[in-house]
Design a protein around this ligand. Structure first.
Ligand SMILES: *Cc1c(COP(=O)(O)O)cnc(C)c1O
Length: 356
């Protein structure tokens, strides 16, 4: 039986994506060949890459606005260093907002390249909120933020207006809510949280911000090289890109980001309402900053843990354990998680209340 999969990443994808991508391994486009055994330069795969890159820009509303979409490798973690390599001016500085473990990792990599200004941090409160009062140095090469903090269950509900390029790690909430994506100059996201399997990273860049650092960049780490080679500078991760394309097609057929946003809001509302109502549970993130993707919560009384764990496991729920730095539980409600799965969890929480 299919589980109710709350895994934080890699995570649940639409069932039709599993089915179609499985079929492509056996016989891709009725070619008599597997997608795993054809050239990435073949007509069939080039078409996949072209459609995926175009569909990303279409879904984000960035067509014809000077942006390029790339499917790279190395995870979001490689972008932590590709961003400063490509954007931080020699002898310049970069500004970062520290809202969680991933933001912190990005800051550490930037420090290898030059002065890294942390404009605000919620680390002293174990990242339970998003700092809102800060100013961005006007001479920074860029400002970097993390839209959704996967581990701590917080999400930026608004983004600063600034004269410097705006860079955002959207790994865990890309394609989940409507934003004015044209406010951003560079967006990156590891595929495995909301778009596809692990193995590829989406990077969306406003081309005009590139080539201004005065640095010599090794080809593999140079966004301009990847753009010039149409995201095929080297052999791309063909299967993760194909599965990502299938997810993007699924999203488009559903009505795009505006449609999935409504569903995501309904799921998050359902769960947070229960967390707040049920006296056995409490949320860990500041209410105004709660993530619609990852809901983090604790049992008020740890003595109930064994019982609760047995109950949700018996209900077919998987992947609910919290990250070790927060403890408790984390319900990741990415795009492909159906609202029925959230109802199953809420029912178990109410069942526990009745049984205590
Ligand atoms: C998971 C995650 C990362 C790390 O992604 P990798 O692809 O494993 O490098 C970075 N940022 C955020 C916000 C994440 O959720």
């Amino acid at each position: 039986m299919k589980k109710h999969n709350y895994s934080a990443g890699p995570c649940i994808l639409p069932q039709e994506v599993f089915e179609k991508s499985a079929q492509s391994i056996l016989d891709f486009n009725n070619s008599g060949l597997s997608i795993l055994e054809i050239s990435h330069r073949s007509k069939d795969f080039v078409a996949v890459m072209e459609e995926a890159r175009a569909l990303v820009l279409e879904l984000l509303g960035l067509e014809g606005k000077g942006y390029q979409a790339l499917f790279l490798s190395g995870g979001a973690s490689l972008e932590f260093l590709m961003v400063p390599y490509n954007l931080m001016k020699v002898d310049g500085k970069a500004a970062y907002l520290d809202t969680g473990t991933w933001a912190n990792s990005a800051i550490k990599e930037a420090k290898h390249f030059g002065e890294t200004v942390v404009v605000a941090s919620s680390k002293p409160e174990n990242y339970n909120h998003i700092p809102k009062e800060y100013s961005i140095p006007t001479d920074a090469s860029y400002f970097h933020c993390t839209s959704n903090n996967t581990i701590f269950g917080t999400q930026m509900k608004s983004f600063p207006t600034t004269n410097v390029p705006l860079v955002c790690d959207m790994s865990s909430d890309i394609f989940s809510r409507v934003l004015d994506f044209s406010k951003f100059d560079l967006i990156y996201a590891g595929a495995q949280k909301n778009m596809g399997p692990a193995g590829t990273t989406l990077v969306v860049i406003k081309e005009e911000i590139l080539g201004k650092t005065g640095r010599t960049i090794p080809n593999m780490l140079d966004y301009q090289q990847h753009i010039a080679k149409e995201s095929m500078y080297n052999t791309p991760p063909v299967f993760p890109i194909y599965a990502s394309l299938l997810t993007l097609q699924w999203l488009k057929n559903l009505g795009g980001i505006a449609a999935i946003e409504k569903i995501n809001e309904a799921k998050a509302n359902l769960l947070y309402t229960e967390i707040d109502r049920n006296p056995l549970f409490k949320g860990t993130a500041a209410k105004e900053d709660r993530s619609n993707m990852n809901a983090t919560f604790l049992l008020e009384n740890e003595a109930h843990q064994e019982k609760f764990d047995a109950m949700w496991k018996a209900a077919g729920i998987s992947g609910l354990a919290g990250h070790r730095s927060v403890g408790g539980y984390r319900a990741s409600m990415y795009n492909a998680l159906p609202i029925e799965s959230v109802q199953v969890l809420v029912d178990v929480m109410q069942e526990l209340e009745k049984n205590i």
